[in-house]
Design a binder for this molecule. Structure first.
Ligand code: AHR
Length: 347
């Protein structure tokens, strides 16, 4: 009898041990960190387990550069959001050069990151490398700037601003502002980086709206590459050739507008009065210029979408369908609002 009881006890202990072992091994499968990978599908992600959305991911972030206040704020927003969500970040600053971005993307692919956040410096020329990412099963999330590529299965989604609409807003402000003025209004335009989505689209939106107003004339248009230094340099050249004839400056971003303001002052004219200044981004520097009466309006282009980007990436890995385009909501601010709003600006 004692022998029988001892045998039953051993059998019971062995069964309990087997149960514990099998429970341990099944929880290990779902909890592997940073190993999620996508099926390469364009709009929905493959989770690495039941709790895929909460897995730690390795995310490569290829940023345009550090050319403007917008860009610095955008970099910080995305970097912080990735880290705050507990994911691992691999970061690359392309210094506004496409070849650097292609290298960075290839390096992320070689390192087998789980996802790529990509803000392309220009719209074209990325097909091959994006195809390589797709072939490697790495989903790409476009942030801020779009690409001009037919095959939209090469990225999961685009999160950013409607740049055409920003150009339209700038033109509509100008039409209202100059409604009582008879005669021609001469505009000089500082374009963003040649071939970039914001430069192409902001020009397009602006021109589309002023097309019906014959008195609004763009007399000079040149790139200032989105930087203060270049904005100043090009404005100096505009002033040299057309000085007293310039009524309005339309700058594709605030940094170039701020550089141009300096050039206008050095030339001996009053920015904001003698020459109306329109910028884009709504950065703190623009609010300071507006509060000082040197700039008239800025169209908001909000760079603080890092948390929204991380939500989209996690939703993709959780297998959720996400829209192909997600617009960031934006406003427009004029000189008379600047002093009150300046202390509240986050970037
Ligand atoms: O892509 C957005 C644009 O890029 C911002 O308006 C500009 O400041 C930046 O450099």
């Amino acid at each position: 009898m004692r022998k029988l009881l001892k045998g039953k006890m051993i059998l019971f202990l062995m069964m309990a041990l087997m149960l514990i072992l099998s429970a341990c091994s099944s929880s290990g499968t779902g909890g592997e960190s940073g190993s999620s990978s996508s099926s390469g599908e364009a709009s929905s992600g493959a989770s690495s387990g039941d709790d895929g959305a909460s897995d730690k991911l390795v995310i490569g972030f290829s940023q345009v550069g550090a050319e403007s206040e917008f860009r610095t704020a955008n970099t910080k927003s995305i970097q912080d959001a990735i880290k705050d969500a507990g994911h691992e970040l691999k970061f690359s600053d392309a210094q506004q050069k496409q070849e650097n971005q292609i290298k960075a993307l290839r390096s992320f692919i070689a390192q087998k990151v789980d996802a790529i956040v990509f803000s392309p410096v220009v719209e074209t020329g990325f097909e091959t490398v994006l195809q390589e990412a797709k072939d490697a099963g790495i989903p790409v999330f476009l942030g801020d700037r779009a690409v001009d590529i037919e095959d939209d299965s090469l990225w999961v989604t685009f999160l950013g601003s409607d740049f055409v609409e920003e150009g339209r807003k700038a033109a509509n402000w100008l039409i209202e502002e100059t409604a009582d003025i008879d005669g021609d209004i001469n505009i000089v335009e500082l374009q963003g980086t040649v071939g970039s989505a914001p430069a192409i689209d902001r020009k397009k939106g602006f021109e589309e709206v002023i097309a019906d107003h014959e008195n609004l004339k763009i007399i000079k248009s040149q790139t200032g590459d989105f930087t203060r230094a270049k904005g100043k340099e090009v404005m100096e050249a505009f002033l040299k050739s057309d000085g007293e004839n310039i009524d309005v400056l339309y700058a594709h971003n605030d940094d170039m507008a701020i550089g141009a303001i300096q050039a206008i002052e050095e030339y001996g004219l009053k920015p904001g009065e003698d020459i109306k200044i329109i910028g884009v981004d709504a950065v703190r520097g623009a609010f300071e210029a507006m509060a000082a009466g040197k700039m008239n309006v800025t169209i908001e282009c909000n760079p603080l979408f890092g948390p929204q980007m991380v939500d989209l990436i996690e939703a993709h890995f959780a297998g959720e369908e996400i829209p192909k385009r997600v617009d960031v909501e934006e406003s427009m601010y004029t000189m008379d609002q600047a002093e009150e709003l300046l202390p509240t600006r986050e970037y």
